[in-house]
Ligand binder design. Sequence first.
Ligand SMILES: Cc1cc2nc3c(=O)[nH]c(=O)nc-3n(C[C@H](O)[C@H](O)[C@H](O)COP(=O)(O)OP(=O)(O)OC[C@H]3O[C@@H](n4cnc5c(N)ncnc54)[C@H](O)[C@@H]3O)c2cc1C
Length: 475
Amino acid sequence: MSTALVWFRQDLRCSDNPAFAAACNHHQFVVPLYIQDNQTLLLGEAQKWWIHHSLLALKQKLRQHGLTLVLRRGVATEIITQLVREHSIDAVYWNRCYEPAAIACDFMIKESLEKKEIQVFTSNASLLNEPWEIKNKSGDYYKVFTPYWKHCLKQHHHEQPICIQGNPHGVDVYGDQLSDWFLLPKKINWAAEFGQHWQPGEDGAQMRLDAFISDRLRGYKEARNVPAKSATSTLSPHLHFGEISPWKIRTAIDFAMLDKNGDLASADRFLSEIGWREFSYHLLYHFPALPYANFKPQFDAFPWKNDAQHIESWKRGLTGYPIVDAGMRELWRTGYMHNRVRMIVASFLTKHLLVDWRIGADWFLTTLLDADLANNSASWQWVAGSGADAAPYFRIFNPIIQSEKFDPTGEYIRRWVPELANIASKWIHQPSRAPKDELGLIIGRDYPAPIVEHEQARKLALMQYRLIRNKTQAV
Ligand SMILES: Cc1cc2nc3c(=O)[nH]c(=O)nc-3n(C[C@H](O)[C@H](O)[C@H](O)COP(=O)(O)OP(=O)(O)OC[C@H]3O[C@@H](n4cnc5c(N)ncnc54)[C@H](O)[C@@H]3O)c2cc1C
């Protein structure tokens, strides 16, 4: 008779979960464990809502296997060591995480358990390729996406989902009540609308994938940039919490492409977005300072202004640039923002307002349901120009042109900025330019005047950039 402990983290699913399946297949007793350990894995404020519901869903799934999810709070090393001792556990299983603090923690736990002759089995449940598997010709890691992804596509080892054949019994282990973790907002319920948009858990993830493939994969390549259309998969929070694996997604896309009328260009484009996720993990693994240090050190000398009032206006969606304000309000209400708009608001913050990208990245980590240390850090550095394979700093998005191009009728703006809902389409992208009697509202009272003027802001940003470029060239 042997007992295994399965430590769930960013793999909150029972199906296609290598650690869980292996434990069920090789042991008579299984203890499924989730630890709330604030020191090792990032959990943003909005994500507390997600994890609450995702744990409820996982609990239910485990119950179908006759198992009870054990919840504990505290330091993972101590909790696991204590459970192993108290319940005569023979083996511990987990799926690997890739945030630097989690890697360090895993290493410590593994070493300490192996010293006690407890077997440890770890697996990959969340990436197509683990960060150390892909190397360039010089044996180094990739810093540019296109060759990285070409290399990945050549790796043809498709991981097969492991079937659960065993039927282990549960063990009576003391655990916390989820409600005692107080993960849901109390005084002000800022998450009130989240439930209308999301269903955390593996069933919710599967439904999103199915709906995406049947309704939106065709045409994704073009429509993915239009924020008013629901044209993307919105799988990001499910992927972050491991409620679905990228293997499952890739297999489903490949299967859909067996149809001779399949939209191959869109399928390739979609898979390359999954590729950007992989690339971000690759970068974080090889450059663990990615969340706080400029990948390009020349940006260390950048004279960020960090004006407190500007930052506040940006967070609240009160910049006077309708597309920026729509994005920031979508984020607050739904815990999500469309990718095109993320690029626009991030560019506006770093280049128009000269605010350090780390301040924007922090706000995203607090408010996004898909907040992900790898994707968020890599994306912010990409937009700011300080990252690997980044958009050049001198390419500054014009928020009005972006708005006209990607939200031509203003449908997205009207949805999230209700005070502009009824203004004429020709003024929707820059209402402050409209003659007073044509607008039906007063700029500065009903909707803010622009907090900076685009052309001036652009010139100032370019001047600051030239300064750091010249400084580094002079060194
Ligand atoms: C400033 C900024 C911050 C961002 N922060 C995050 C974050 O914290 N968490 C996060 O998951 N994504 C982040 N992204 C990337 C991207 O915006 C989201 O992954 C995407 O909008 C999620 O929507 P979707 O699932 O419908 O995407 P789809 O278009 O359906 O793409 C499928 C999947 O590919 C991955 N993906 C797509 N685009 C990217 C990208 N540019 N980089 C990395 N992975 C990508 C996501 O896992 C996504 O679910 C950020 C982008 C920017 C510009």
